[in-house]
Write a protein that binds this ligand. Sequence first.
Ligand code: SF4
Length: 339
Amino acid sequence: MSESFSNKLINWYNQNKRDLPWRKTKNPYMVWVSEIILQQTRIEFGIKYYERFLKKYPDINKLANTSDLDLMKIWEGLGYYSRAINMLKTAKIILNDYNGMFPSKYEQLIQLPGIGDYTASAVSSICNNELQPVVDGNVLRFLSRMNKIDLPIESIKTKKYFKKLAFELIKDVNPGDFNQALMDYGSMICKPKKYVCSSCLFSSDCKAYNSNSIENYPVKKKKILIKNRYLNYVVVVTDDNKTQINKRNSEGIWKNLYEFPLIETKQSLSAHQIIEELEIDFVELLSVKKVNHKLSHQLLHITFFIFRVDNKLDNLVDIKSLINYPFPKPINKFISELV
Ligand code: SF4
């Protein structure tokens, strides 16, 4: 199947590929930026961030010399903030150890912070024509249906198995084009739920299609348990419109972003219970706002308790200046209604 499959796929790609800004370059820095942004992010949403990022950091030198605060502000809203932290670490290493020249070889890329097999394969195949197949969710879905592979796609062993399978397919074709074609086919034709088998070039060879078992592929492990967390934010407002914020330094979600003083609890608290926990004097409770925010493994029950206080507190900042700080998405939304 391999040769005709790969050529057919690349022909399809040449006729149907999406016009995306990072496809106009083989500059490894730009391709790397796009690949990191696109992890966990929809393409339509990622384009805006990619363009904004490169406008602010057109080269590795500019990125390596930025501050945490500026970088987080650019990344605000994209989520998975450790990606941005690792990008900064990588930029500094490249400036110091590679003389500012972004590497394009798999063996060098894989050593850098935040770059795993997927990103190293994508950058090296596109920018250096290396035979390194990429295995992302789209590829896993497409190939597992084609071949009815009964292995749970979350495991590392399975990814290695698929990588080996894709190696056989990539051997005789342009690796960068093949990888992008495979991913595009998975996201445009062999889609998770709305797969379009009626216009699929491979339906006669597709084992899942021919055995009427598409719904069973890809095989997934049992559902991940979602953890509930209760975040109670104490939002103080002074008469001259100031408030308090802190930087999150702990490991876990939202590291290096800002937030209001937090009281995290094991269950939802009433305003009365929060007042008992408070370490500040307040004049009155102005209002309470609740919002739920879903992350991949967590459901955050967020409550903002807004208190009017006198002006005697330490570390106050103007509410109007909050737009200069990077905040997690749900807090940002709350602030946009506050200012
Ligand atoms: S026939 Fe359907 S399930 Fe099989 S590869 Fe094509 S789109 Fe995917």
